[in-house]
Design a protein around this ligand. Structure first.
Ligand SMILES: Nc1ncnc2c1ncn2[C@@H]1O[C@H](COP(=O)(O)OP(=O)(O)OP(=O)(O)O)[C@@H](O)[C@H]1O
Ligand SMILES: [Mg+2]
Length: 336
C-alpha cells in the first residue's frame, strides 16, 4: 500500500453517490450534474445541481448520468466521480486510493466496465475493483455470509431493485429489476392525473411519498397539500393527497418487486430456502424506508422480512470492508 493510500467503498447509485472510508460514510451527494450544453461546461454537481432541477434556462440541462443503476452518460459520470473523489481523498495524484465499487447484480459486462473505466481514469495509478451490491450490502449489515447457510437480501434503490440469496461469500441466486423508487413516484404521478386530472412532476410525487406515503394502510391517515397543473386548462390548482391514496398508487409497482423476490426464492435450493424462512429477509436500500414495506413483504411472501439498521449506508460500508477481504472473495467477483 502506498504511503498516502486511502481505502474507499463507492456505492454509485441512480439517485445518490455514497462513499465510505473506514467504517463510515464520508460523502453522500445526489448523482446529478448541471451542464451548459452550448459551451459544454460542467456548472454544478451533486446537491448544488439538484437545487437547479426545474429552475434553469434553455441552455442549461440538469442530468442524472446513471439510469436504472447503470451509466447512461459516460463522460458526465466520469466528471462527477472526479469531483466527488477529489473531495474525499484530496489530490488524486498523491493520494492514490484503493477503491471498491459496488455495481448492481446481473448487469452486462459492458455496463460494468463503463463504471470501472470511469473510476480507473479518475484515480490514475490507483486500484479499483468491483463487487455486486447485494454482496456488499450483506457485508455492510454483518450477515454471516461466509457459512454454507442461506441468507437473503432485498435491496430497494431509486432506479433498480435487487434480490439475492447468499452463502459462502457468493450469490447463489439473484435477480435485478430495473425499477426502483422513481417508478413508485411515476405511479403516483399517473394516479394523480387519472383521479384529479392534474399533472405533477416526479419531485412532487416523491415529496408526497416521503412525507405521508406507506406501503400498507396506517393507523394515522396523513394528508399533504400540493399544487398541480390542470390537464385541460393548464392552470395551477391546489389539491391534497392522503396516505391511503399513496398506498393505493404504489401497490402495482410493488407487486413487480414481490414477483422478482418470488422468482429468486423459487430458484433457491430447498435447504437454503428453509434457512431463509428461519432467518428472515433483510430489507436494505433507502427505498426500504417506505413505511410498512417490511410488513407488506412479510404478508405477500409469507417469509418474515425485517428492515436493517443501516439501509442507506450498508452498500458503501460493505464495499470498503471487502478491500481487505479481497483475496478471499476474489473468485466470486465478476471478471472485468
Ligand atoms: N423514507 C422513505 N420512504 C420511501 N422511499 C424513500 C424514503 N427515503 C428514500 N426513499 C426512496 O429511495 C430511493 C433512493 O434509494 P437509494 O438512495 O438507495 O437509491 P440509489 O442507490 O441511488 O439507486 P440505485 O441503487 O437504484 O441505483 C428514492 O426513490 C427515494 O424516494
Ligand atoms: Mg443503490
Amino acid at each position: 500500500m502506498a504511503l498516502f493510500s486511502k481505502d474507499l467503498g463507492i456505492d454509485l447509485g441512480t439517485m445518490f453517490v455514497r462513499i465510505a472510508e473506514g467504517d463510515q460514510i464520508v460523502l453522500q451527494e445526489p448523482t446529478i450534474v448541471a451542464v451548459n450544453m452550448e459551451e459544454e461546461l460542467m456548472l454544478a454537481v451533486g446537491e448544488e445541481a439538484l437545487g437547479m432541477l426545474g429552475r434553469v434556462t434553455e441552455t442549461i440541462e440538469v442530468i442524472r448520468p446513471l439510469q436504472n443503476g447503470v451509466v447512461a452518460y459516460y463522460e458526465l459520470t466520469r466528471a462527477l466521480l472526479e469531483i466527488l473523489l477529489k473531495k474525499v481523498s484530496g489530490p488524486l495524484r498523491i493520494f492514490r486510493p484503493r477503491v471498491m465499487i459496488a455495481h448492481p447484480y446481473d448487469i452486462t459486462s459492458v455496463e460494468r466496465r463503463a463504471v470501472h473505466e470511469a473510476v480507473l481514469d479518475v484515480i490514475r495509478g490507483g486500484n479499483a475493483q468491483m463487487i455486486p451490491q447485494p454482496l456488499a450490502a450483506a457485508l455492510g449489515i454483518d450477515l454471516p455470509i461466509g457459512t454454507p447457510s442461506g441468507n437473503m437480501i432485498v435491496l430497494l434503490g431509486g432506479g433498480c431493485s435487487q434480490a439475492a440469496v447468499l452463502a459462502m461469500h457468493d450469490i447463489v441466486s439473484g435477480e435485478t429489476l430495473r425499477q426502483g423508487g422513481l417508478y413508485l413516484d411515476e405511479a403516483i404521478v399517473t394516479y394523480v392525473r387519472r383521479k384529479y386530472g392534474l399533472i405533477i412532476g416526479q419531485p412532487t410525487a416523491e415529496q408526497a411519498k416521503l412525507e405521508i406515503g406507506a406501503a400498507v394502510p396506517q393507523d394515522e391517515e396523513k394528508r399533504i397539500d400540493l399544487q398541480g397543473q390542470d390537464q385541460v386548462t393548464g392552470l395551477p390548482r391546489s389539491f391534497s393527497l392522503t396516505t391511503g391514496e399513496i398506498v393505493e398508487a404504489v401497490q402495482e409497482p410493488l407487486e413487480n418487486v414481490f414477483e422478482m423476490v418470488r422468482l429468486v426464492l423459487e430458484k433457491t435450493p430447498p435447504e437454503l430456502a428453509s434457512d431463509i424462512i428461519d432467518r428472515g429477509i433483510a430489507l436494505c436500500g433507502a427505498g426500504a424506508l417506505l413505511r410498512g414495506m417490511d410488513k407488506l413483504m412479510t404478508q405477500k411472501l409469507g417469509v418474515p422480512t425485517y428492515l436493517v439498521d443501516n439501509p442507506i449506508s450498508c452498500v458503501a460500508e460493505g464495499a470498503v470492508r471487502t478491500i481487505e477481504l479481497y483475496p478471499i472473495l476474489q473468485r466470486n467477483f465478476p471478471q472485468l
